[in-house]
Design a protein around this ligand. Structure first.
Ligand SMILES: NC(=O)C1=CN([C@@H]2O[C@H](COP(=O)(O)OP(=O)(O)OC[C@H]3O[C@@H](n4cnc5c(N)ncnc54)[C@H](O)[C@@H]3O)[C@@H](O)[C@H]2O)[C@@H](O)CC1
Ligand SMILES: Nc1ncnc2c1ncn2[C@@H]1O[C@H](COP(=O)(O)OP(=O)(O)O)[C@@H](O)[C@H]1O
Ligand SMILES: [K+]
Length: 495
């Protein structure tokens, strides 16, 4: 599988309606409930005698929970339903009671081994109301494992927004297709592991709302050097970064670029960062700049401009010169702060990939930083449309948007990446991919994937430094195909 696809609540609802029209009433809910019951049974050490509490809202999400509860009750579980809504799915409640399940009060939640969150699904609107919000908090405070039906209640299925209380699940059993909000933070952080129940929806689904590249998807997009290649044909990336004040950004961006497959890395910058890059990376070809000009740097297939550059006139002139070239350009960090003062700089014929964090995007678009973090999908889409460039928005879920394509969501990140300098490494990696001929959309999404995977490999459950992320990029590329260094040595057995 090369891609994971996710859909908005409206897309799912239309597909379900089309499918439902061809099936006897209730068929889909029974399919959903049997998948849900199987997933719950897998989580319990033993179904017989276990204590299961269903949180049941007034819609079909509650219906799923009730029917699944009936299956578990028939297998000997003690199933109690807490009815939260003014209405309850009557056929579902009847099925549960027939199987021996009972209705209980809110106190039951604390004593449950397994809590099934059937409060609301794709029919939710706005923040959870009472008593739903209180029940969500009770589930989060309880010792029992929490399984969310379709989406964790309180998470907006279409955006991942969380306004107020929300259920924090260990497992989300989602029906028919993944919902966008399960892949994008803050919602993704509430979903836990995601299990997809096939209810036969695939043929009725439209093009996805968002996608996420898988290992195979990234592996298929990364160029491998052909037999007769040379360093120029593999792609040369130029890095215009660093200043006398910020030298580290230059070293880190060059490090990321060197590890991500370009045939050569050219560095251009002032004397102090140039000396540091020279000392750390003998592999890089260095041009020390007296003037903010790239005329003497030599040919590159893509530029990275901005990390640690400063925001003075010199830096502004350098950014303008790089953007005036005819090759793809990645703009990051101070490059973005400069562009924020005049977005006309971004109007050029060559491709542009920008890599802001929420604060940088806020300066570019005028939206609030918190607002961007709460609704990153909507903001990244709007920025790509407004600025006419590919936008990679960094953060706990990194998202890449380009007009006319579904947003690509990256699922490999780790909170250990929240460390100074890791963004500079990402610019180097993605710039290296641009130079190898990937589009801004692919370079951004494959770059974020490798960056996150490298961080996981480097961190291994402990703090990491940005330099270590760059070091681990080759291991991440190897991990894509599941190959080890030894496998590559074995290729030579005939010699
Ligand atoms: N439509 C279908 O064919 C299928 C639907 N399925 C299930 O049905 C769910 C959708 O069911 P519904 O459309 O009935 O909608 P939901 O059950 O998701 O929620 C709607 C109900 O919740 C209440 N509600 C909405 N927002 C609320 C809030 N913020 N606080 C408190 N109450 C709120 C509404 O008053 C309404 O009664 C899916 O998520 C899925 O679990 C599955 O059974 C698969 C098949
Ligand atoms: N909570 C998090 N979970 C996963 N990745 C994160 C988290 N916080 C930050 N990151 C990642 O760490 C990197 C930080 O980059 P950036 O904000 O530019 O920092 P710097 O300027 O110090 O390099 C980005 O790739 C971002 O996506
Ligand atoms: K739910």
């Amino acid at each position: 599988m090369k891609m994971i696809a996710a859909y908005s609540a409206d897309q799912i609802r239309s597909a379900e309606q089309a499918l439902m029209a061809r099936l006897p009433e209730g068929t889909l809910m029974l399919r959903a409930a049997s998948g849900l019951a199987a997933a719950c049974a897998d989580l319990l050490p033993k179904v017989y005698g276990s204590r299961v509490v269903l949180l049941v809202g007034s819609g079909d999400n509650g219906g799923d929970a009730l029917y699944a509860g009936a299956v578990l009750a028939r297998r000997g579980a003690r199933v109690e339903a807490v009815l939260a809504g003014e209405r309850t799915h009557q056929a579902g409640l009847h099925a549960l009671q027939e199987a021996g399940g009972v209705v209980a009060g809110e106190d039951a939640v604390a004593a449950a081994e397994l809590i099934v969150d059937g409060l609301v699904g794709i029919g939710a609107s706005g923040a959870l109301r009472e008593p739903y919000a209180r029940l969500a908090e009770a589930a989060n405070a309880a010792a029992g494992l929490v399984v969310a039906v379709d989406v964790p209640s309180g998470v907006d299925a279409s955006s991942g927004r969380v306004a107020g209380a929300a259920v924090r699940a260990a497992l989300t059993v989602t029906m028919g297709a993944r919902k966008t909000g399960l892949l994008v933070d803050p919602g993704a952080g509430f979903a836990g592991r995601i299990e997809l129940v096939d209810i036969g929806l695939d043929a009725y689904l439209p093009g996805p709302d968002v996608t996420a590249l898988t290992r195979a998807g990234v592996a298929g997009r990364l160029p491998r050097p052909g037999h007769e290649t040379d360093k120029y044909r593999r792609g040369v990336v130029g890095i215009a970064a660093g200043s006398d004040q910020y030298t580290g950004a230059a070293v880190l961006a060059v490090g990321g670029a060197l590890r991500a497959g370009a045939g050569m890395v050219r560095y251009a910058g002032p004397g102090r960062p140039a000396a540091q890059v020279r000392a750390r990376w003998p592999e890089a070809v260095i041009t020390e700049l007296d003037e903010p000009s790239i005329d003497g740097v030599g040919r590159v297939q893509a530029w990275v401009v901005g990390p640690g550059l400063g925001t003075g006139r010199w830096a502004r002139e350098l950014v303008a010169r790089v953007l005036a070239s005819d090759v793809p350009v990645l703009v990051d960090a101070d490059g973005l702060n400069l562009v924020a003062k005049g977005v006309a700089l971004l109007r050029r014929t060559g491709p542009v990939l920008i890599t802001p964090h929420a604060g940088e995007l806020a300066r570019l678009t005028g939206a609030g930083r918190d607002e961007i973090e709460a609704g990153r999908l909507a903001h990244v889409r709007a920025a790509a449309a407004e600025l006419g460039v590919t936008v990679l928005l960094k953060g706990s879920t990194t998202v890449v948007a380009e007009e006319g394509s579904p947003v690509r969501v990256n699922g490999t990140g780790t909170p250990w990446l929240a460390a100074g300098g890791t963004g500079d490494v990402l610019s180097g990696i993605a710039g290296s991919l641009l130079a190898q001929g990937l589009s801004g959309y692919d370079a951004g999404s494959c770059g974020a994937y490798l960056h996150g995977l490298a961080a996981r490999i480097a961190a291994c459950g402990a703090p990491l430094t940005a330099a270590e992320v760059a070091e681990a990029v080759p291991a991440a590329i190897r991990a894509l195909s599941g190959e080890s260094a030894l496998d590559h040595a074995r290729e030579l057995t005939d010699w």
